[in-house]
Design a protein around this ligand. Structure first.
Ligand code: SF4
Length: 223
């Protein structure tokens, strides 16, 4: 079986609670969503067998916190991902899955091989999509909570507080310990300070741990 991979590179994690950790990134090609703020390049990919990709991963010699399987949406290539996660875990790597939090059946098949889950909560008023994904996120978080999971929501000018309130109910119901990272839309960061402070306060009032973390790799100009 082959997988479609956009790029493999090493860098530091620029988002979320593992900010600054050195990781090897494996970017999967293709996504099932179409977020308005998406800037992931999806023009090229290379096809790999899982064992070939393992060899490439092993050729990077460094002491990584984990391997970040990112996208796109890695779970769209569930069978290939599962084989690769098996190889990397056998080889002693920690597996870090970055996902948009919508493909629960696929997650169910790989969760035993994953160490960390960085899960998006897509607010409908942030991604400018008509169909909310709350049910998908609800089911996904239940399965992801078997491992160390944190949640990440991009906050835009258009984001409404109602979406945050629905998210907080969902987190409180399924995994009260999960941290919610509020991530300002990089292209609108300058005008979002008041909104982010207000949102963080609402989280704390709901006893949900939250923090504001921008996309630091873009701020400092690393990949
Ligand atoms: S889930 Fe991520 S990769 Fe997919 S469209 Fe949204 S921002 Fe882009």
């Amino acid at each position: 079986m082959t997988g479609r991979i956009s790029e493999v590179f090493d860098s530091v994690q620029g988002e979320g609670i593992f900010l600054g950790e050195k990781q090897l990134f494996v970017r999967f090609h293709g996504c099932n969503l179409n977020c308005s703020f998406c800037d992931t390049k999806q023009d090229n990919f290379k096809e790999y067998q899982a064992h070939e990709l393992l060899e490439e991963i092993k050729s990077y010699h460094d002491d990584y916190h984990s391997i970040s399987f990112t996208g796109g949406e890695p779970l769209l290539q569930k069978d290939f991902l599962k084989e690769l996660l098996f190889y990397t875990s056998c080889y002693g790597f920690k597996n870090y899955l970055e996902t948009n939090g919508t493909l629960v059946d696929e997650l169910e098949e790989v969760i035993d091989l994953v160490d960390f889950v960085a899960m998006d909560l897509k607010f409908p008023t942030s991604i400018c999509q008509d169909k909310p994904l709350w049910q998908e996120h609800h089911d996904f978080l239940k399965v992801a909570s078997r491992k160390q999971v944190f949640l990440k929501s991009v906050i835009c000018r258009s984001t409404k507080v109602e979406d945050l309130e629905i998210s907080l109910d969902l987190i409180k119901k399924i995994n009260k310990a999960a941290i919610l990272v509020l991530q300002p839309n990089y292209y609108e960061e300058d005008i979002l300070t008041d909104k982010l402070e207000k949102f963080k306060k609402i989280c704390l009032n709901n006893q949900v741990a939250a923090c504001v973390i921008p996309q630091m790799h873009k701020v400092v100009g690393v990949k």
